[in-house]
Design a protein around this ligand. Structure first.
Ligand SMILES: CC(C)(COP(=O)(O)OP(=O)(O)OC[C@H]1O[C@@H](n2cnc3c(N)ncnc32)[C@H](O)[C@@H]1OP(=O)(O)O)[C@@H](O)C(=O)NCCC(=O)NCCS
Length: 162
């Protein structure tokens, strides 16, 4: 493999800002598709601009030497009642198909971990589909343990109007 090919795949992982919204949006529809959701580009962009600017979120992006966005992680500030301290929740996690199995996901996990430590948090939470073998394998490698809980959600009445 040539040197340029290696550089092309070597990611810089950094915290994202609202200026990155369009680049993350370019990957976001594919991310949602992994959950069987189809979404239009314009609302995704508006949503990401809001999320990236929110005080209670932390987004990270992996960008290669050519400025190509390889993947992202979106987190929410939370807390752990058990630890009585802050926690981060990984809400979104995606690596674009051409850049998989190159360690990008692991680097994003480490960036989330560093951020949690800087925030004084003691724990990182996430929920994953039990069929998402790649994600479960990555998270195990990054040090996550499976918990005996079920994830639940309630779609609120008139949610689509908000
Ligand atoms: C899951 C995902 C983020 C992994 O990203 P990635 O950059 O390919 O992961 P890495 O290269 O850092 O892999 C690290 C380790 O995770 C495990 N892993 C990653 N992909 C795997 C796969 N397809 N099958 C089995 N193990 C896998 C391996 O242990 C791997 O280490 P190795 O390559 O030395 O064997 C990526 O496949 C993805 O975006 N999938 C679709 C979206 C998704 O599932 N998001 C998570 C939602 S909870």
């Amino acid at each position: 493999m040539g040197r340029l090919a290696v550089m092309d795949r070597d990611p810089l992982v950094r915290r994202a800002s609202p200026d990155d919204a369009a680049s993350i949006a370019a990957l976001y529809a594919d991310f949602l598709r992994t959950y069987g959701h189809e979404a239009e580009p314009a609302p995704i962009l508006r949503f990401l601009i809001r999320m990236l600017a929110a005080e209670w979120t932390r987004f990270f992006v992996a960008v290669n030497a050519y400025g190509t966005f390889m993947g992202f992680a979106g987190c929410v500030l939370s807390y752990s009642a058990v630890d009585q301290s802050g926690a981060l929740v990984i809400n979104d996690f995606y690596v674009d198909v051409p850049f998989r199995r190159l360690g990008v996901g692991l680097k994003l996990c480490r960036a989330v971990e560093r951020c949690a430590v800087e925030l004084g948090a003691t724990r990182i939470f996430l929920a994953a589909d039990p069929d998402m073998e790649a994600a479960l394998s990555l998270y195990r490698k990054a040090g996550f343990e499976v918990m005996p809980y079920r994830s639940m959600t309630r779609v609120l009445p008139d949610a689509r109007d908000r």
